[in-house]
Design a protein around this ligand. Structure first.
Ligand code: BES
Ligand code: MN
Ligand code: ZN
Length: 491
């Protein structure tokens, strides 16, 4: 499918399917829509009356215009109230247009939507992102493609003829999101630590950025006892992944993005057991690494004036005679000792060494993304990530980026007092505290491995996966994080 910017005014557009946005204040029909209605001999009004279309957000109406008209099908995209329009409205409308026109077996789709906040670039990007993400389908593991449906050949965004860079940006971001989705959706016998490392190498090669993969011995030499402890029961060797994007000019900023990369989390000897443990879903425990690699793919194409390090300590949390015992003490690469009182709190152990590594790179700020705790899902549900940061400036940057990107997150407290629950009698700290406030103590644990660099932590255990169909996500892996990360790096 090709994406284009149409230079036609909306009323002159011809093609297969015309999708036009309608706000509540466009009704009764005014302006361009009234003209369109006239041009189509009252068909728009007829459709509105027939289905009692009120232009509520996320509602749609479709009618056949016929082969004698300027286009075969007309889709009305409800946008809600004019004053509530947002980038997310545009993203969802772009997605709906793409999905519906595919269902209507259209080859060429024209999308006409109003500009949001006088920002043609962000509006164009949002519409295109919505369409691209909605059209992504993943049949890699089906012996026969389920969806032999029709494919759209061409989408033309109408009304923004000068926004070619925004269109390219949408494509680059969507590339990153789709990579992340496919990594998360793939089963744990396919996406292994080695496969994540290979994916990083592919990105490096395709987009000419630097890559370094540290094997077990190299990690040992760096003293990464926490990361290696987690990996030690697996037959699959751990891989410490480090991609670097360097701009050709002097970087305006140096940043690090760190993703939890557990390609499977059995829980270890504290095995995930019983209904609700979700052990069969634990392929998604590398969602942070997937977002990191997805962001790397997008950033390497966008080429901003910012140096960015993409890091993941990738491993499997398994069981064998060589597994961590609950009660083992491991030493992280900053010298701190950790009593592993629960082998299922493994993500924070891998992140500890990854954070120490990232800080040594001398970056100005760093963010980690992790499917870290079930407690964050209890707190925020499956659509909102938790954000923790001791740095208000960084937290505000990330909140702003997530708003533009349309990925929900909510800032949570780093309540220092709760770290008392992590005190160990024998080591510097335990890896888990009391059950209550489990997402907060996890964040406080990570904080022990950051000295002075501005740092933020995103617990994305909820939004990594989506059980229901929504505007631009089929059920399954969401690719959460990529859009916010890209927006943050560019901000
Ligand atoms: N990967 C899990 C977190 C998780 C659980 C994500 C369910 C999505 C759904 C993490 O490694 C984990 O097991 N965390 C434990 C921590 C506990 C032992 C303190 C948890 O949340 O139960
Ligand atoms: Mn776990
Ligand atoms: Zn985990």
């Amino acid at each position: 499918m090709d994406l284009h910017l149409s230079t036609q005014p909306p009323l002159d557009w011809t093609g297969d399917c015309f999708a036009v946005g309608v706000t509540e204040s466009d009704l009764p029909l005014t302006g361009t829509l009234a003209e369109l209605n006239e041009k189509l001999s009252g068909l728009v009004q007829e459709l509105i009356d027939e289905v009692e279309f009120k232009a509520a957000a996320d509602t749609h109406a479709t009618i056949r215009v016929g082969n004698s008209g300027p286009f075969r099908k007309l889709i009305l995209l409800g946008l809600g109230k004019q004053e509530d329009l947002s980038l997310e409205t545009m993203r969802r409308a772009g997605a709906a247009a793409a999905r519906l026109s595919k269902k209507e077996k259209c080859k060429v789709l024209g999308i006409s939507l109003p500009v949001w906040n006088d920002n043609a670039a962000l509006t164009t990007q949002a519409i295109a992102e919505g369409a691209l993400l909605a059209l992504h389908e993943d049949n890699r593991f089906k012996s026969e493609a389920e969806d032999k449906q029709f494919t759209l050949d061409r989408i033309e965004i109408i009304g923004f003829p000068n926004e070619a860079p925004a269109l390219a940006r949408a494509q680059q971001v969507a590339d990153g999101v789709i990579l992340a989705r496919e990594l998360v959706a793939a089963p744990p016998n396919v996406v292994t630590p080695a496969k994540l490392a290979e994916t990083a190498e592919d990105i490096a090669q395709q987009h000419s950025i630097e890559v370094e993969i540290l094997d077990r011995e190299a990690c040992m030499a760096l003293g990464m006892g926490a990361f290696l402890g987690v990996s030690q029961a697996s037959d699959l060797p751990p891989k410490f992944i480090h991609l670097t994007y360097r701009p050709s000019e002097t970087p305006r900023r140096k940043l690090a993005i760190i993703g939890k990369g557990l390609t499977f989390d059995s829980g270890g000897l504290n095995i995930k057991a019983g209904a609700g443990s979700m052990i069969e879903m634990m392929k998604f425990d590398m969602g942070g690494a997937a977002a990191t690699l997805g962001a790397a793919k997008a950033i390497a194409q966008i080429k901003p004036d910012v140096e960015v390090h993409f890091i993941s300590a990738a491993a499997e949390n398994m069981i064998s005679g060589n597994a961590l015992h609950p009660g083992d003490i491991v030493t992280a690469s900053n010298g701190k000792t950790i009593e592993v009182n629960n082998t299922d709190a493994e993500g924070r152990l891998t992140l500890a060494d990854a954070l120490v590594f990232a800080e040594k790179l001398g970056v100005d700020a760093m963010i980690d993304l992790a499917t870290l705790t079930g407690a964050s899902i209890i707190a925020l549900g499956d659509s909102i990530a938790g954000l923790w940061s001791p740095d208000d400036t960084l937290a505000k940057e990330i909140e702003a980026a997530s708003g533009v990107a349309g990925e929900k997150l909510w800032r949570m407290p780093l309540e220092e007092k709760y770290f008392e629950g992590m005190k160990s009698l024998v080591a510097d700290m335990k890896n888990t505290g009391p059950r209550f406030g489990g997402a907060i103590t996890a964040a406080l644990f990570l904080k022990q491995f950051v000295k002075e660099t501005a740092w933020a932590h995103l617990d994305m255990a909820g939004p990594v996966w989506n059980d229901r169909e929504n505007a631009y996500n089929s059920p399954g892996a969401t690719g959460y994080g990529v859009r916010t990360l890209v927006q943050w790096v560019l901000s």
